[in-house]
Design a protein around this ligand. Structure first.
Ligand code: NAD
Ligand code: TYD
Length: 332
């Protein structure tokens, strides 16, 4: 099988390419990525010479290149996006451009060539939940609250519309917050670890009582694999982690413990505009239909993640200034 991966030089896409080459060594992968600040060829340096892997630098919004690559593939796995909420607060336009218009261009290419299309999306399309009450399911109405989640919601709607209108064979996964190796140091867990290594503080937005449903990126990759190989066309599957309502402050305390540091390294900063309070995913459907469940416990794999950042400073060091530049503008 030949897979066209978009955004494969980013965090989840590069983990997925590593995962797929290991678990499906007979398959071929083409990675289409324009290499924004978040796209990093270093994530894939170890597979660059693999005969089953090809990198193409290009934009998903470029209809010509999208059409050519989609035509040559059996399946499109669409990761490419602008993915960071704090950037969406500062510059929402590029989120509309990439996440909505970019997905539309790829869908058009998939329609012209009648190719299977798998769309990677987020639980944030459902908005947010009150503390300690409720979970998102596949039936939860869409209610996005940021330019990031609104643009992802729009892209999900387009994907479903192409299935209904044109019969395009699509599947969608909406997952919770991922963590693990190769995550840009702009995101919460990777920012905390790299700040602490640098002798800086952990920056906690608002009261810190915001809850995320942490999913190890390898568990996410396995869920996508199952949906690609056994998922039902036209269906959406929610993918979540095994942390039960751990708030940001608690995650910060875990990391301080793992790094043998004290609480005085926690600094409360200005809250994010429109900050979503809580996400929690009910992953019963993918469990019942495809037998998936998360296997990476948060305590063990948070430790592994801390170790990975400690051992791979040469990977994240060139990205750190770029990450902190956003926070200089937001005051966080
Ligand atoms: P990322 O920001 O690390 O990587 C995005 C990649 O897309 C980069 O390599 C970038 O260069 C590429 N890209 C951006 N615009 C492009 C364009 N116009 N053409 C081609 N390539 C382009 O993102 P990530 O964290 O790996 O997220 C991947 C996907 O998973 C996204 O669709 C995101 O919405 C979704 N998602 C992420 C999380 C998470 O916790 N990181 C959670 C839920 C869903
Ligand atoms: P983030 O990793 O940006 O993911 P998302 O916005 O998609 O959930 O943030 C995760 C949570 O951590 C969110 O509640 C915002 C918070 N946060 C901080 O408190 N401090 C930080 O330095 C960052 C980057 C995030």
């Amino acid at each position: 099988m030949k897979l066209l991966i978009t955004g494969g030089a980013g965090f989840i896409g590069s983990n997925f390419i590593h995962y797929w080459l290991e678990h499906h060594p007979e398959d071929q992968i083409v990675n289409l990525d324009v290499l924004t600040y978040a796209g990093n060829p270093a994530n894939l340096a170890d597979v660059a010479n693999n005969p089953n892997y090809t990198f193409v630098k290009g934009d998903i919004r470029d209809a010509e290149i999208a059409n050519k690559l989609v035509k040559a593939a059996d399946i499109v796995v669409h990761f490419a996006a602008e993915s960071h909420n704090d950037r969406a607060v500062l510059d929402p336009g590029i989120f509309v451009e990439t996440n909505i218009n970019g997905t539309f261009k790829l869908l058009e290419a998939a329609r012209q060539n009648n190719k299977r299309f798998h769309h990677i999306s987020t639980d944030e399309v459902f908005g947010h939940l009150p503390l300690d009450e409720g979970t998102f399911t596949e039936e939860t109405p869409y209610a996005p609250r940021s330019a990031y989640s609104a643009s992802k919601a729009a892209s999900d709607h387009l994907v479903r519309a192409f299935n209904i209108t044109y019969g395009l064979p699509v599947t969608i996964t909406n997952c919770s917050n991922n963590y693990g190796p190769y995550q840009h140091p702009e995101k919460f867990i990777s920012r905390m670890i790299t700040n602490l290594i640098d002798g800086e503080n952990i920056k906690i937005y608002g009261d810190g009582k915001y809850v995320r449903d942490w999913l190890h990126v390898q568990d996410h990759c396995r869920a996508i694999d199952l949906v690609l190989t056994s998922g039902k066309i036209g269906e959406t599957y929610l993918v979540g982690g095994m942390t039960e309502d751990i708030n940001n402050l608690t995650v910060a305390h875990f990391i301080l413990q793992l790094m043998n540091l004290k609480e005085d390294r926690i600094e409360f900063v200005k809250d994010r505009l429109g900050h979503d309070r809580r996400y929690a995913v009910d992953w019963t459907k993918i469990n019942k239909d495809l037998g998936w469940e998360p296997e990476h416990s948060f305590s063990k794999w948070l430790k592994e993640t801390v170790e990975w950042y400690k051992n791979n400073e040469s990977w994240w060091r060139p990205l750190k200034d770029e990450a902190e530049a956003t926070y200089k503008k937001t005051g966080q």
